[in-house]
Design a protein around this ligand. Structure first.
Ligand code: CDP
Ligand code: CDP
Length: 219
């Protein structure tokens, strides 16, 4: 069967990574979480106490930073496992600032294109269908209402025993979506040829089946 590239984009907590992992598993494709790459750089900027506005320093930090994603969904920087750390609030609340730096995006996109050079890949993020793999055979744009997305994160936090505040989560998600959509360099935007799926009242299984039937028509 023909191997293709599947791009899954959309705003925060729309279900991209949950769905992308399942699609990859089902098709025996590799899964690449591009958000984890921006989060990894952000973690390192925080650790090294670099000024968030010092773009030159941030770019040279990235140039020396080895970011590795494996197929157990683990993330490493310079061989250190930072899978949990990159989900911390401090990282989440600063990542969009770092991801808005054009030279950071250029370098990340180059690395992501290398990772996706062979087909048989599911990649999720914000600019996969528009910039990283513009010729992806399948492009999906997942959306859901902000209330639903905040509730999903809220439930996740509760399950993990992390203190959580629904209204605060909603504001943080709205802020991040605004920054991601308004930046000049490859903003969050549905590609013209992407298929939009509103997951607000769909189950994970329901979204998975819709995407698999779209993929079926391509392979
Ligand atoms: O999973 P969640 O929606 O919280 O975010 P993520 O996919 O881990 O991405 C974190 C942040 O990285 C986003 O809010 C964007 O600022 C940035 N990002 C990006 O700019 N481009 C991508 N392809 C992926 C993520
Ligand atoms: O990657 P992204 O930030 O877009 O979302 P995620 O990390 O996959 O988180 C979405 C959360 O919503 C997860 O806890 C899923 O279990 C849940 N969910 C979903 O992804 N899709 C649905 N249709 C319903 C719930």
């Amino acid at each position: 069967m023909k191997k293709i590239a599947i791009a899954i984009d959309g705003p925060a907590a729309a279900g991209k990574s949950t769905i992308a992992k399942l699609v990859a598993q089902k098709l025996n494709y590799i899964y690449i979480d591009t958000g984890a790459m921006y989060r990894s750089l952000t973690l390192q900027v925080i650790r090294e106490q670099i000024d968030f506005h010092d773009e030159g320093k941030i770019v040279s930090l990235l140039n020396d930073l080895d970011i590795e994603l494996n197929q157990n969904f683990e993330v490493f920087i310079n061989k250190q496992n930072i899978t949990e750390e990159i989900r911390a609030n401090d990282v989440t609340n600063h990542v969009s600032k770092i991801a808005s730096i054009p030279a950071v995006r250029d370098e990340m996109v180059k690395r992501q294109q290398n990772l996706a050079a062979d087909r048989g890949v599911v990649m999720d993020g914000r600019d996969i269908g528009t910039r990283v793999i513009p010729d992806a055979e399948v492009k999906i744009f997942l959306i859901a209402s902000v209330e639903e997305r905040a509730t999903r994160r809220h439930d996740e936090n509760r399950k993990k025993g992390i203190p959580t505040d629904l209204e605060k989560l909603k504001k943080e998600i709205e802020n991040r979506d605004r920054m991601d959509s308004e930046r000049a360099s490859s903003p969050l935007k549905k590609a013209d040829d992407a298929i939009e799926i509103d997951t607000t009242s769909l189950s994970i299984e329901g979204v998975l089946q819709r995407i698999l039937s779209i993929v079926d028509q391509e392979v």
